[in-house]
Write a protein that binds this ligand. Structure first.
Ligand code: SF4
Length: 103
């Protein structure tokens, strides 16, 4: 896993303890630093992928990351084919149908 983004984070010159706060005030202070971080997205994805339980990563607290993972799991389950649904025929087109209403 590429972690080269870590060297570009706004936190590189901050004490690590700032990102492992013990209360909500500390979480907000860390989130303010993350808010303008150029590597906020890969940082958050790293923490989600690695199931990092502690600290503020990518501007998200532990609780926020649990919520994100829960939402993603739910979305993934909704998009998975339900048991008993017919398989998609091999070679079936997924191209939009002309004239079909799209989002
Ligand atoms: S998003 Fe926050 S924790 Fe992640 S690299 Fe940037 S400053 Fe550090």
């Amino acid at each position: 896993m590429d972690t080269s983004w870590m060297a570009k984070g706004n936190c590189r010159d901050e004490p690590a303890s700032r990102f492992f706060p013990s209360d909500g005030v500390g979480v907000e202070a860390a989130r303010r630093i993350c808010a303008t971080c150029p590597v906020k997205d890969p940082c958050l994805e790293y923490a989600l992928d690695q199931r990092v339980d502690h600290g503020v990563w990518g501007g998200a607290s532990e609780r926020e990351r649990r919520r994100i993972l829960k939402r993603r799991r739910a979305a993934s389950e909704r998009s998975a084919p339900s048991p008993g649904s017919p398989p998609t025929p091999v070679g079936a087109s997924t191209a939009p149908v002309p004239g079909a209403v799209t989002d």
